[in-house]
Write a protein that binds this ligand. Structure first.
Ligand code: NDP
Length: 272
């Protein structure tokens, strides 16, 4: 049979591991797909999607800087995509473009795999950019008692609270987290990409708190290194979230939930 066609669109796109991840999912679940990365011109996104649909493509992942354009292009949106203000998964079905956002579910699933409890727990979310916004609804759905959003620009954290309109949400500066207790701290700032640390007080790290960084790489991020030194009970990087969001996309397209652990292991080995 001719394999069903999928793409990941982005600019840049060279770094994307999505084709490898999806092809491993497919081979392990006896699915036949062809998934390629495609570099798209900054003003060429809508055309790239239209071309893929013309060629009989079944779906696409979307990465920076096209997630907002994908949202605008979709005929129908899931609630989580609509609230995230961004789409990372497009499905072409019966002449319609369906938009979803699987980043938050990818994070939640990775937390569950790592046995991090969320129900009735207090979460500190660092950052108020696209990644933070994308994970809030799936996190809230897990029943935490509170999510405090701390951001360098506090007004952006306040805007997020307003946007999601949930009484469990509050906003503050990094310094204002002093004296508060958390079960889980999630770094959704891009500080790690610059080798920086969000300036949170050392006093909030203790032997009960789990620290998660959405960033990942060959070396442990600054944030996770620091949290480990301060005595956090566990530190986890964002590689599992990356594989998790791909797994949720794959399940949407193929109706099969793939195993993530072998893929995380493989990518981890390739990073070294
Ligand atoms: P954005 O550019 O949308 O937001 C960046 C955020 O980081 C803002 O809140 C910004 O604060 C804050 N920030 C930037 N630099 C610093 C610093 N030096 N100190 C403190 N805060 C800082 O980025 P995204 O939300 O798209 O991405 C955030 C991170 O999440 C990245 O590391 C990205 O790689 C990762 N990510 C990982 C995914 C995965 O699958 N593992 C998926 C998506 C994202 P301010 O508002 O004040 O500017």
């Amino acid at each position: 049979p001719i394999p069903d066609q999928y793409r990941v669109f982005g600019n840049p796109i060279k770094q994307s591991r999505s084709p490898d991840i999806h092809h491993i999912f497919a081979s392990k679940s006896q699915q036949i797909i062809n998934y390629q990365k495609q570099l798209v011109d900054i003003d060429g996104f809508a055309n790239a999607v239209a071309d893929l649909i013309d060629q009989g493509g079944k779906g696409a992942n979307v990465t920076a800087p096209f997630k907002e354009q994908a949202l605008a292009l979709a005929d129908e949106l899931t609630e989580r995509a609509s609230l995230a203000g961004a789409v990372n998964t497009l499905t072409f079905k019966e002449g319609k473009i369906l938009g979803d956002n699987t980043d938050g579910e990818g994070l939640v699933q990775d937390l569950i795999i790592n046995k991090v409890l969320l129900k009735q727990r207090r979460i500190l979310l660092l950052g108020a950019g696209g990644a933070a916004r994308g994970v809030l609804l799936p996190l809230l759905a897990q029943g935490p008692s509170a999510i405090v959003i701390a951001n360098r620009t506090v007004s952006k954290a306040k805007d997020l609270c307003q946007h999601f309109n949930d009484e469990r949400l509050s906003a503050c500066s990094f310094a204002e987290t002093t004296g508060q207790e958390f079960d889980l701290i999630i770094n959704a700032t891009s500080a790690s990409l610059a080798g920086d640390l969000p300036p949170i007080p050392t006093s909030i790290i203790n032997s009960k708190v789990v620290c998660y960084d959405m960033a990942y790489g060959k070396n442990e991020t600054q944030f996770l290194q620091w949290a480990r030194e301060q005595g956090a009970v566990d530190v986890i990087d964002g590689l599992g979230m990356l594989v998790g969001q791909a797994a949720v996309s794959f399940a949407i397209w193929r109706g099969v939930t793939p195993q993530v652990q072998p893929v995380i292991k493989k990518l981890r080995a390739a990073l070294k």
